[in-house]
Design a binder for this molecule. Structure first.
Ligand SMILES: [Zn+2]
Ligand SMILES: [Zn+2]
Length: 119
């Protein structure tokens, strides 16, 4: 009782889920906080010396760094591999795709989404 039945026309096993390019888990909620890319600012010096969550050094974004650093600081994401000059850069935007569950290589349901589902 009280279970949501979604009549989105999908057959069982083809549930639509959210995946990102850099994670091996999938999400059932588009508003999951784990889908939220945290963007933060650093001075260029700090950005050049820091590494992302995968231990990779940040490289200049080829889309927006071409004209140089205009603010004295740059934009980074924890999972990104580039630092950016422009907050509007498409390279900074999170890339979330809605796919069929059986078409994604992501094997595991995000723990937060699982919790939100209430078992
Ligand atoms: Zn999630
Ligand atoms: Zn950029």
């Amino acid at each position: 009782m009280g279970e949501d039945v979604q009549s989105s026309g999908g057959s069982p096993g083809s549930e639509m889920v959210y995946v990102t390019d850099y994670e091996s888990v999938y999400h059932t909620s588009s508003t999951c906080t784990h889908l939220d890319l945290h963007i933060y600012t650093e001075t260029l010096d700090a950005a050049l010396q820091s590494r992302n969550k995968d231990g990779t050094r940040y490289q200049p974004c080829d889309k927006c760094i071409g004209e140089g650093i205009s603010h004295g600081h740059v934009y980074l994401t924890e999972r990104g591999t580039a630092y950016h000059n422009n907050l509007e850069c498409s390279g900074l935007k999170r890339c979330i795709r809605l796919v069929k569950l059986d078409e994604t290589s992501a094997q595991n349901l995000c723990s937060r989404c699982q919790y939100a589902k209430g078992e």
